[in-house]
Ligand binder design. Structure first.
Ligand SMILES: N[C@@H](CCC[C@H](N)C(=O)O)C(=O)O
Length: 300
């Protein structure tokens, strides 16, 4: 049985995150542990952000991202902000460089407590998203759901922000769609050999939009940062918005906001909050856990 590690229950705009400290160890959080933690109402989460020792010079940590169904993800914007806040409060430092499966990310905590993460460069090539069918123009591909002559959702923009995303532009509040019905069908559509995160996005002005996401491996979450980045890129790419937008995440508590800028150097920078909730220890092999008494053990 492996020894326990410390973790923090956090959230990024309501996206439920467990930040797990795996530094100094060779093992990983197992899919079985993730599924067990996700099944307990107290530790129910969307993503685990497991902090490992750095693997390459010039980085502060390797981040292993695990969805609540036990699968691995290449990117998690909201979770990355949580990692920054956790490490900033531990070390007093303000800027960090992380490695994930998708590459190197730089992040900084600002004086007001908000955190900016450079999410890297969007990828539009069909075979790198990946799609199962060749499309030269991925700003609008042929894909629809609902009646053939009157589809409910159609012609998404597709891209990789490290992880695969499909953005369906809609003309009313994304909360008014049955995303819990269409999300699983689209996530698992044969067009996406590695599945996809499915987002509904509505333009509200040249500098603002509203989003709601069905996440690959996690389902309906309250917020998805990489989806907000993808929607912002798609908005600018198709001329719907400028390159810097305020994204209202419709499903998040109080319709929280992220600022997303697709910079001239092609990098996408996401800025928003992160919130610490409580701490505990867990077994990364089994998922058994204990909430630390000073953080309110009465709840367990
Ligand atoms: N919540 C995340 C995205 C998490 C990963 C996603 N479910 C996937 O499998 O690609 C975010 O804030 O970006």
């Amino acid at each position: 049985m492996s020894e326990t590690v410390e973790f923090a229950k956090m959230n990024g705009l309501g996206n439920q995150i467990l930040v797990v400290d795996m530094r100094g160890r060779k093992d990983k959080v197992t899919p079985e542990a993730a599924i067990a933690l996700a099944a307990d109402p107290l530790t129910r989460f969307d993503q685990i952000m497991a902090i490992h020792d750095p693997k390459v010079n010039g980085t502060d940590a390797y981040i292993d991202i695990v969805n609540c169904d036990g699968t691995r993800a290449q990117a998690c914007g909201n979770g990355t902000r949580c990692v920054v806040q956790a490490l900033a409060s531990e070390t007093g430092r303000k800027s960090f460089t992380f490695q994930t499966i998708a590459g190197i990310l730089n992040a900084v905590e600002h004086e007001d407590g908000t955190i900016s993460v450079d999410m890297g460069q969007p990828v539009f090539e069909w075979n790198r998203i990946p799609l199962s069918e060749e499309f030269h123009d991925t700003s609008r591909i042929e894909l629809q759901i609902g009646p053939i002559d009157n589809p409910v959702l159609h012609s998404p923009a597709v891209m990789s922000m490290g992880n695969p995303h499909a953005i369906f532009w809609v003309d009313r509040d994304p909360m008014s769609f049955d995303l819990d019905r269409f999300g699983p069908l689209l996530e698992n559509h044969p067009m996406f050999p590695e599945k996809a995160n499915i987002t509904l996005a509505q333009v509200t002005s040249p500098t603002s939009m509203t989003t709601r996401t069905w996440e690959r491996g996690a389902g309906l979450t309250l917020a998805c940062g990489s989806a907000a980045c993808s929607a912002a890129v798609s908005g600018a790419r198709t001329g719907r918005t400028g390159r810097k937008v305020e994204v209202t995440v419709a499903s998040s508590p109080n319709r929280g906001k992220l600022v997303i800028e697709w910079r001239p150097d092609n990098h996408v920078v996401m800025t928003g909050p992160a919130e610490w909730e409580w701490a505990g220890t867990l077994n990364p092999e089994t998922g058994s856990f204990t909430r630390s008494p000073e953080a309110g053990a009465e709840a367990r």
